[in-house]
Design a protein around this ligand. Structure first.
Ligand SMILES: Cc1ncc(COP(=O)(O)O)c(C=O)c1O
Length: 373
């Protein structure tokens, strides 16, 4: 924790209710005293609790969000050469599982008001080789799921939700992670529900799919030394599971706190020359990030940094512009909204425990930058 009162951290994970801190410490102590560190009852308990939280029949704990998406694609039978449609405005963790499968990512642009995948472009991108659509609930705001689910249903295509940033978010009352064929969550520490290391979870209402992923993550075993399918080692640690179980109890309150910070930013930045992605009236946004768009992004970010305010950029390069993919055919397309916004985005500090004084400091510094204070 940085105690400099002039410093506003982008994220301070050490701020949490004292009862939560104690609960986590007790859970860790219990694990070190019993000495089981991989899978076990504690992982089962977390999986059940997270499935209940998401309104799904099952959750399978895995090693990361990337793996959760990878195993979802594996379990629905994606084959090399199949096409998977997703959005250019996302983190690379959305794209890599598709490439790992030997599948062809078909990138489409995002909507310019919410910055989430554009369903009309999804419709136009569907071909007989499309195996799945992978909407991303970016920044904690659910994608336009009615349109996407209707398209998928009509064409018999799977929907794999990238819910890595959307723990507790909901679309027209339906929790993220419960709407598609399966969903991948990340429990990377900085996420709304974060472990103390890497972790991920696949949620689904398909019991067979969950059983299959339960085997895949554990060397393809149906029981010890009985390897029925070709699997991998991609398990959620017992220690991470107890930490996640302890934190899950506080997730709804933590998301409320993020929403309150976002509401204050929306109000106090409204008169400044900054744009903010729209929050749809029918969603429960969980504000994993609070993003604004400004023409002079680099100057604003440098100004905020000089005044002790840490910010982020999510993300500086669209997926199709990343160096790693420069030779790939999918990277040759153009996605104008994603490209235009990538140069304007800046993410402001948002986390449970961010104080009113810190929010005011952010507002004042942004206002100062525009000469409006
Ligand atoms: C949108 C998105 N997809 C996928 C991932 C991958 O998750 P992980 O880092 O846990 O592998 C992340 C997180 O980093 C993400 O933000």
């Amino acid at each position: 924790m940085n105690n400099n009162k002039d410093h506003v951290p982008f994220l301070d994970m050490s701020r949490m209710p004292e009862a939560q801190r104690r609960k986590i410490a007790d859970a860790i102590a219990q694990i070190t005293s019993q000495g089981n560190y991989v899978l076990g009852e504690e992982v089962d308990t977390f999986e059940k609790a997270f499935a209940t939280f998401c309104g799904t029949k099952r959750c399978v704990g895995v090693a990361s969000g990337c793996d959760a998406l990878l195993w979802a694609l594996t379990a629905i039978g994606v084959e090399p050469g199949d096409e998977v449609i997703t959005v250019a405005n996302s983190f690379v963790g959305t794209l890599l599982p598709i490439l790992r499968m030997g599948a062809i990512p078909v990138l489409v642009d995002c909507l310019d008001d919410v910055l989430n995948i554009d369903p009309d472009q999804v419709a136009a991108a569907i071909t007989p080789r499309t195996k799945a659509i992978m909407p991303v609930h970016l920044y904690g705001q659910p994608a336009e799921m009615d349109e996407i689910l209707a398209l998928a249903d009509k064409q018999g295509i799977a929907v794999i939700e990238d819910a890595a940033q959307a723990h507790g978010a909901a679309y027209k009352g339906r929790p993220c992670g419960s709407m598609g064929t399966a969903a991948g969550f990340s429990f990377y520490p900085a996420k709304n529900l974060g472990a103390y290391g890497d972790g991920g979870g696949l949620t689904t209402n398909d019991e067979n799919l969950a059983d299959r992923v339960g085997m895949i993550r554990n060397y393809g075993q149906s029981r010890k030394y009985q390897h029925d399918i070709v699997g991998w080692n991609s398990r959620l640690d017992t220690m991470q599971a107890v930490i996640l179980s302890a934190k899950l109890e506080y997730l709804a309150a933590a998301n409320d706190a993020r929403r309150a910070v976002a509401a204050t930013y929306r109000e106090c930045l409204a008169d400044l020359p900054v744009e903010m992605p729209v929050e749809r009236e029918y969603v429960e946004h969980v504000y994993h990030q609070f993003v604004i768009l400004v023409d002079q992004r680099d100057d604003l970010q440098a100004f905020l940094g000089k005044h002790g305010i840490q910010t982020g950029i999510h993300y500086p390069e669209p997926l199709h512009k990343l160096k790693a993919f420069s030779d790939e055919k999918f990277a040759q397309g153009s996605h104008p909204v994603t490209e235009a916004t990538a140069g304007k985005l800046v993410s402001l500090p948002i986390f449970p425990g961010l104080t009113a004084a810190e929010i005011e400091r952010v507002r004042k510094t942004v206002a100062d930058f525009f000469g409006k204070s």
